[in-house]
Design a protein around this ligand. Structure first.
Ligand SMILES: [Mn+2]
Length: 323
């Protein structure tokens, strides 16, 4: 769908709605949180009642963005009041976790994942966009929203984290254009970057150390994998949220084409996080074949098999694309 057409439909839906629920995806990252917060501030500015529904503890990296008036913990008995539901940065309905039960009726899905399954009534998916933050920025401008410093911080965090600090292959011309607009609000780039890229808890640091110890290499060291069973991270007092970024450890090794982190979740499902360093392997294909999603160079899925079988199948899937 064309952007302007979407924006018109969006505007009409918002006008009709009495109250709105906004949905970030589970295992929230900077993009989904920054984007949903910016959208929420827009609704506040037009006096439209809205709330961001979450179901997990807020990631500590992004605690500085936590605004208790914006978020509510999902309670299925309580949260049945909105007549418009908007998900942001969420490639498929299962990424809404338990909240997918509430995501019904008038629904809008705003995203940039190529593997998006168009699960809402209205879907706007632009996979050329670097981030959902980039889409939300364009939407707010198109809707005539007056940006504030607060919104600028949210959108800067969204775009900068999804592009790895304007370094990943999804970084485009528009990211820099938007960043140059956002910086006019006097946002503190070095302070934000320190918070989102350069601050780790002790537990996270120990987890990173353990990940280095546990590295395994396959296919002439072109594939690097880290496997974590839950006891292994629980003994470090690490939690699942701390796995965000652990994939950089195998990914950043010279000569590695595909990096994977496989971890056993607290609920015993096995989560697979993938990165590709080279166009010869499109990890979104592997993720999609396993009912997951993502992009060419960054993707993931949940496996119902045990750790060893998950690894074996993954290596087989990677081998099919390795030249
Ligand atoms: Mn994103």
């Amino acid at each position: 769908m064309e952007f302007n057409e979407f924006l018109n439909n969006f505007s009409t839906s918002v006008k009709k709605a009495h109250s709105i629920y906004i949905y970030p995806h589970v295992s929230a990252d900077g993009d989904t949180l920054g984007s949903t917060l910016a959208l929420k501030k827009y609704f506040d500015s037009i006096d439209k009642e809205s709330v961001i529904l979450i179901e997990e503890v807020f990631p500590s990296t992004y605690k500085f963005m936590y605004d208790e008036d914006s978020f509510e913990f999902y309670d299925q008995n309580e949260h049945d009041k909105a007549d418009l539901h908007i998900s942001v940065d969420t490639g498929d309905i299962n990424r809404l976790g338990k909240r997918k039960e509430a995501f019904k009726g008038e629904t809008i899905n705003i995203d940039h994942h190529k593997t998006n399954t168009n699960y809402a009534k209205e879907n706007y998916v632009d996979y050329h966009a670097s981030s959902s933050g980039e889409i939300i920025y364009e939407m707010l401008i198109g809707l005539g929203c007056t940006l504030t410093k607060e919104i600028a911080v949210y959108l800067y965090v969204a775009i900068s984290t999804d592009t790895g600090g304007f370094r990943y292959s999804n970084t485009n011309e528009n990211c820099f254009k938007i960043a140059s607009e956002l910086i006019k609000f006097n946002i503190n780039i070095s302070d934000l970057s320190k918070k989102v890229f350069e601050t780790n808890s002790i537990e996270k640091t120990l987890l990173m150390g353990k990940a280095i110890e546990k590295l395994r290499f396959f296919f002439d060291s072109r594939v690097a994998v880290v496997l974590f069973r839950k006891e292994e991270y629980l003994t470090l007092n690490a939690n699942e949220e701390m796995f965000d970024g652990i994939i950089q450890i195998p990914r950043n090794i010279e000569g590695v084409i595909v990096a994977a982190v496989i971890r056993q979740s607290l609920d015993d499902t096995v989560k697979v996080n993938l990165r590709s360093n080279d166009d010869q392997v499109d990890v979104s294909k592997i993720a999609f074949d396993n009912n997951g999603g993502g992009h060419k160079r960054a993707a993931g899925y949940t496996s119902n098999e045990n750790m060893d079988d998950t690894l074996e199948k993954l290596l087989h899937d990677i081998e099919k694309q390795l030249k």
